[in-house]
Structures are given as structure tokens and as C-alpha cells.
Design a protein around this ligand. Structure first.
Ligand code: F6P
Length: 544
């Protein structure tokens, strides 16, 4: 057993769970009508209601005791102050510095001047593109921006530009190419005119196979469709920490936007990786996004743990994952604009906390992280909610919605929100056998017909949800929401004693792909792998 699962705070929670597990959420609400007041928190326009989680005041106290035991406050301070808490890579994790207005020191040097310098560079660039001062090789203004990147160099900008569509600058449209599958590149570029297309190659390392391959193909497309070598400098820019590789690729360092190794890929949308956001929505809105995140940073760093939204969101996840054994977590935005938010959180949460070795090098004997997934409501309701309501496993869920729609159309938003409230209520309350029986009798059913149907119509309820409501999905609120989840992930990593800022788990597949790539050109039968992999390679070669 690990030190964590042996620890007093953990054991106290375990004992408390054995009592709580006998209680139905519906009963908890019946016993205490003030649950909403007791178990909801506000930060600016964001309301987080966790009263539909199986918690009592004692649960909260015990979770906070666990946070204290794991020295959460000291870890928060260490992260903000630039300590090298990404120990396996000997790096700080200073994404918060990207939105700071105070000096932040890394290796004794204030990083703020560099951060501000690149923000100014982005601002100048965005203005020059939007105003038409900087144009394509034929003198036409830029109308399309293509971001070529993957993972953190893609998901953040995609998610934010989609979420902030109502803020798009007239006449500039973003496009994203991430997959090495030629389908995405072909489908994106075939609609575009090289004369009016700006291409951003976004890669922290500038070594990622997918991105570099797509970048080379985009270059060929540009040259084959009227562009020239001389015009590349006007149409291609790079965002990276690797100046040498950018130069080797053929991009003038003057057309490079820099960021730093203390920015993790999945935490990088606040850096120059956010260039597509600035180009599409304008730098003012990018600054507002940063301001929203900065507000949440301050809250995370200073609010008492009990009133701290990221802390409580993280601890509720611990309660579900480690004590209730909930292995699946749904993110359900009741806002079509947030349709890529679950995918964004998938990387943020699963790449950060999907680890089995602790900071001390031991194998964790407790779960770290749930499977994160989701789709916007109400589409999900007509697809997978059946399992949430009546399936054999419990899925925890975050429901998110704005009070004001960015797209007010007739009665749509009121209906959307009615569904949000109804679903969280139904998941919590369920429907008992007695209720179903009364309903069926009212419909005129009786005898064997009633008895046969009855069990199918019972809902166990007691399904845990957290509701996050906010006034409107403006850039500032979006920034705060993203930072809320970034810090939630950090809180959980501290409890689990793991490093959320490395990602060694993605390496093995990359290494093997490199070896297999050369084997795909060999004519002889491949025997160097297991029988399945050999067989699959042979089948592919025979049928390509
Ligand atoms: O392979 C995983 C990963 O390293 C992610 O962490 C990262 O966001 C993505 O690849 C892209 O990396 P890069 O920005 O260096 O191309």
C-alpha cells in the first residue's frame, strides 16, 4: 500500500465513504433543503453548484483535510513561483506567467518582459493582417488562416476560436490541420486560395512528425498553386520554442513567434500558440481571454481552499474517482459554441494525469484520472444519456451552460436550459418503482402487463453531477473557465502525488511508428513484431 492510501486523511475518507454510499442523493436533498446554498460557489459570473454530488459538510471537511495533508497550498505557491515542479523534465510549469501582470521569475530571471514582447509582436501582426497592411504575394488581403499543429498546438486554438465565433473579425476565417491523414489537409486546402491564405506552423518542439509532414505538404500546395519560394516568407509563419528547427524548415526567424520550455503543450493557448485566436477574434479579445484566466489564477492562489472553485472541483473528482470508483467523466456543455471543449479537456486531463508512477517513483495503487469525454447537450441526450440514466456503471458529469445565448433565436435558449436543469434533476432524483407503478396505473395498465414494464421504467438516480452556469460565453469568462479546469487538474495531481506536466506515455507509439515506417517500404515479409502486428503490416502491404 502506498503512503497516500495509508494516510490518515485517506483512511478517514474511506470510512466516511462507507457511510455515504448507503445514502441516496435524493434523500440528502430531502434531509437538507439548504444544500444548494451550502454546496455551491461563485467566482465572478461563474456559479459552480456541486450540491448534486454525494457530499455533506463532513465530506467537504475530510476532502479539505486530504488537501492539507498533501500540502496543496504549498504546491500552488511553488507552481506560481516558477519552481521546477515538472521534475522529470527539470522545468517550471509557468503557463500562469503568460497571463500575469506581475514579474514572474524562472531561474532567477523575470520572464514577464519576454511574455509582453511576444504579445506585442502578436498584436502588431494581428493588426497588420486585419487592417490589410500585410498582404499576400499578389497584393490581396488575407482572408484565411490555416493553423498546422497537433495536440496542444491545435486543440486550444480550435476550441477557443469555435467558442468565440461571435467575436470573429470580419473577413478572416480560421482553419485547422492536425491529423497526418491527408484527408484533413486536402479537404481544407482545396477550398483555399494561396494568394489570400496565411499558414501558421505551430509546434512547441518543431519535431512533431504529423505537423512537419503537413507543413511540407502545405508548402508544396502553395508552390503548386501560384505561390513562389520568394513569397513563402509572406505566407508562412511559425510558432515554436525551437528557433533552429524553424530556420532549418525555411522560415525566416523574423516570422517566428517564440514561446518557452516552461509552457507545457496542453497549457500553451495563452502563448503565441494562441495566434489563430488573436488573428480571428482580434488582439483585444485575446487580452480579455488572458484577463479572465488571470482572475481565476488569483482566485486559485489566494481564496481559502473551501471557497476555491478549482480546489473544490478537483477534490470532488478525487471523491468520485478514488472513493466511489467512478472511472468515466462526461463534460456536457449546453452551448454549441463549446462543442470542442470536451476534446480540449480530454488532452488537458488525460495527458496530464494519466500516469501510474508517483513523483517518488512508486507505482500508484490508486486511480489517477478518469476517462474524459462528452458532447454538447441536447445532442448527447438523444445518443448516450440512456447509459448515464440506466446503465450499470456510474458516470460523473459536469454540465456547463451560459445564462445568455450568443445566438438568441426565439425560444431556443430557454428550451436548451430547461433540458439542462431537467437532466441534472433526473440524474439525481431518478424514479422509484412506486412512482412508476402509479404512473402506469394512471395510464390504465395493470396485472402482468404492468409488472413486465415496471422494472424497465425505473431510474436509480443518485448519479453525481456538477453544474457550472455562467452569464455569457465572452472571452473573459471563457479564459476563467479554461483556467478553472487547468487548476483542477493540478489539484488532483497534487493529491495523487504525480507530475501532470510531462507526457512520456506518448513516446513508445512514436518510436515504434518510426521503425514500422521504414518496414512498410521493404519487400520481404516482416517478422520483427508479434504475430498480430506482422499480420496487419502484411495485409496492408498486400492491399494498398
Ligand atoms: O505527443 C504529445 C505532444 O507532445 C503533446 O503534449 C503536444 O501538445 C503535442 O504532442 C504537440 O507537440 P508540438 O507542439 O511539439 O508539436
Amino acid at each position: 500500500m502506498s503512503a497516500l492510501t495509508h494516510s490518515p486523511a485517506w483512511l478517514a475518507l474511506k470510512a466516511h465513504h462507507s457511510v455515504m454510499t448507503t445514502q441516496h442523493l435524493h434523500q440528502l436533498f430531502h434531509d437538507d433543503p439548504s444544500r444548494f446554498e451550502k454546496f455551491s460557489l461563485c467566482f465572478k459570473d461563474i456559479l459552480m453548484d456541486f450540491s448534486k454530488q454525494p457530499v455533506t459538510a463532513e465530506t467537504v471537511d475530510l476532502l479539505l483535510a486530504l488537501a492539507q495533508q498533501q500540502q496543496l497550498q504549498s504546491w500552488i505557491a511553488r507552481m506560481f513561483s516558477g519552481d521546477k515542479i515538472n521534475a522529470t523534465e527539470q522545468r517550471a510549469a509557468l503557463h500562469t506567467a503568460l497571463r500575469s501582470e506581475q514579474p514572474v521569475y524562472c531561474d532567477g530571471v523575470d520572464v514577464l518582459p519576454d511574455v509582453k514582447r511576444v504579445l506585442k509582436q502578436m498584436e502588431r501582426f494581428a493588426i497588420s493582417i486585419q487592417s490589410g497592411a500585410r498582404r499576400g504575394y499578389s497584393g490581396k488581403i488575407f482572408t484565411d488562416v490555416v493553423n498546422i499543429g497537433i495536440g496542444g498546438s491545435d486543440l486550444g486554438p480550435v476550441m477557443v476560436t469555435e467558442a468565440l465565433k461571435p467575436y470573429w473579425v470580419n473577413g478572416i476565417k480560421p482553419h485547422f490541420i492536425s491529423n497526418i491523414d491527408g484527408a484533413q489537409l486536402t479537404d481544407t486546402l482545396r477550398h483555399l486560395n494561396p494568394e489570400t491564405t496565411l499558414i501558421i506552423i505551430a509546434s512547441k518542439t518543431f519535431t512533431t512528425q504529423e505537423t512537419l509532414t503537413n507543413a511540407h505538404s502545405a508548402r508544396q500546395w502553395f508552390l503548386a498553386n501560384g505561390g513562389s519560394e520568394a513569397a513563402i516568407a509572406q505566407h508562412f509563419v511559425a510558432v515554436s520554442t525551437n528557433r533552429t528547427a524553424v530556420t532549418q524548415f525555411g522560415i525566416d526567424p523574423d516570422n517566428m513567434f517564440e514561446f518557452w520550455d516552461w509552457v507545457g503543450g496542453r497549457y500553451s493557448l495563452w502563448s503565441a500558440i494562441g495566434l489563430p485566436i488573436a488573428l480571428t477574434t482580434g488582439m483585444d479579445h485575446f487580452y480579455a481571454l488572458l484577463a479572465g484566466a488571470r482572475g481565476m489564477d488569483r482566485h486559485f492562489a489566494t481564496a481559502p481552499l473551501q471557497q476555491n472553485l478549482p480546489v473544490m472541483l478537483g477534490l470532488l473528482g478525487i471523491w468520485q474517482i478514488n472513493f466511489y470508483g467512478t472511472a468515466s467523466h462526461a463534460v456536457l456543455p449546453y452551448d454549441q459554441s463549446l462543442h470542442r471543449f470536451p476534446a480540449y479537456l480530454q488532452q488537458l486531463e488525460m495527458e496530464s494525469n494519466g500516469k501510474r508512477i508517483t513523483r517518488d517513483g512508486e507505482t500508484a495503487d490508486y486511480a489517477t484520472g478518469a476517462v474524459v469525454w462528452g458532447e454538447p447537450g441536447t445532442n448527447g441526450q438523444h445518443a448516450f444519456y440512456q447509459l448515464l440514466h440506466q446503465g450499470t456503471q456510474t458516470v460523473s458529469a459536469d454540465f456547463l451552460a451560459p445564462c445568455q445565448s450568443q445566438y438568441p433565436v426565439d425560444d431556443h435558449h430557454r428550451m436548451l436550459l430547461a433540458n439542462f436543469f431537467a437532466q441534472t434533476e433526473a440524474l439525481m432524483t431518478g424514479k422509484t418503482g412506486e412512482e412508476v407503478r402509479a404512473e402506469l396505473q394512471k395510464q390504465g395498465l395493470s396485472g402482468p402487463a404492468l409488472e413486465q414494464l415496471l422494472p424497465h421504467k425505473i431510474f436509480p438516480g443518485n448519479r453525481p453531477t456538477t453544474s457550472i452556469l455562467f452569464k455569457k460565453l465572452d472571452p473573459e469568462t471563457l479564459g476563467a473557465l479554461i483556467a478553472l479546469y487547468e487548476h483542477k487538474v493540478f489539484v488532483q495531481s497534487v493529491i495523487w502525488n504525480i507530475n501532470p506536466f510531462d507526457q512520456w506515455g506518448v513516446e513508445l507509439g512514436k518510436q515504434l511508428a518510426g521503425k514500422i515506417l521504414s518496414e512498410l517500404d521493404q519487400t520481404e515479409t516482416i517478422t520483427s513484431h508479434d504475430a498480430s502486428t506482422n499480420g496487419l503490416i502484411q495485409y496492408f502491404k498486400a492491399h494498398r
